[in-house]
Ligand binder design. Structure first.
Ligand code: SF4
Ligand code: SF4
Ligand code: SF4
Length: 270
């Protein structure tokens, strides 16, 4: 796997949308990437505004040895109104992709992504909210880490270097979304593309191994395959990325904006 720790972990901005105007590096044209995507993907219109994308690649694969680009800011848009009742395909896909299991470690079970039931007090609606690491622009998990094991890539993905992690769990306590986990027990079912470390912290990686290969995250792919189309992945810093148009058109919100973390996961119908 390409080493994800290729660039500084310092945030480029406290606000991901403020990164929109960041200069784009020569030779990494987003339009070229989209052209490649269009050539390689099959898209089916399910209903107005709902497109099922199969085999989608949101951008070009990052060549080995090439650092992650600060001109990109990877993120998600999750339209909760499209989440089907009882569907947990995103959770299942993440488990399959990374080999974590609920039930292995009791109270220390990892849940890189979990479904949170939230009730709208005004309308009485109950929402099924997929919750994973929000890949904060100013991540408190990184700020409290004494060994710099937690770091933020230039493209906004927050990761843990398991070789530097000492298992102090400060990050677990610092995350306001309970999106960091500590796995004290023995690990089984390891995946070679994203090995986990016993006694270290972990959480959603935004499927960095896939992104660096020009693929979409496993949960997004599974959601699209299930026909729900609730999850979209894209470059929040690219004005030409379809996720930007969707964010401009739809009423969306981020979790706990009052904390000023600059989260990269946007929710529709929240
Ligand atoms: S959601 Fe939690 S674990 Fe993820 S970057 Fe933010 S503070 Fe860190
Ligand atoms: S558990 Fe690991 S990643 Fe988390 S704060 Fe401690 S050393 Fe850093
Ligand atoms: S982006 Fe990848 S690691 Fe994160 S929740 Fe989705 S499948 Fe899991």
């Amino acid at each position: 796997m390409t080493d994800p720790r290729r660039t500084s972990d310092r945030p480029t901005s406290a606000c991901p949308m403020a990164e929109t105007d960041a200069p784009r590096p020569a030779g990494r044209s987003r339009r070229q990437a989209l052209a490649a995507f269009a050539a390689g993907a099959a898209a089916t219109m399910l209903a107005p505004g709902v497109v099922l994308i199969t085999g989608a690649a949101p951008g070009a694969a990052r060549p080995p040895g090439t650092p992650a680009s600060p001109a990109q800011r990877w993120g998600l848009l999750i339209e909760l109104g499209h989440c089907a009742d009882g569907c947990a395909r995103c959770v299942e896909a993440c488990q399959t992709e990374h080999g974590w299991h609920a039930g292995d470690h009791g109270a220390h079970d990892p849940h890189w992504i979990r479904l949170v039931s939230a009730t709208d007090d005004t309308h009485g609606r109950t929402l099924n909210l997929p919750l994973m690491c929000q890949h904060c622009a100013a991540p408190p998990c990184r700020d409290v880490c004494p060994t710099h094991a937690t770091f933020r890539r230039a493209d906004g993905i927050v990761l843990v270097d398991r070789h530097r992690c000492i298992g102090c769990r400060y990050c677990v306590m610092a995350c306001p979304f309970s999106a960091r986990f500590f796995t004290p027990g023995a690990l089984t079912d390891q995946r070679p593309h994203m090995p986990r470390g016993q006694g270290t912290a972990e959480g959603c990686t935004l499927c960095v191994h896939r992104i660096d290969q020009g693929q979409i995250p496993a949960c997004v792919e599974a959601c699209a395959a299930a026909g729900g189309g609730a999850m979209r992945f894209g470059d929040l810093a690219d004005p030409d990325d379809p996720i930007r148009a969707a964010l401009a058109e739809l009423p969306t919100a981020r979790l706990r904006p009052d904390l000023g973390l600059g989260t990269a996961v946007h929710y529709g119908d929240l």
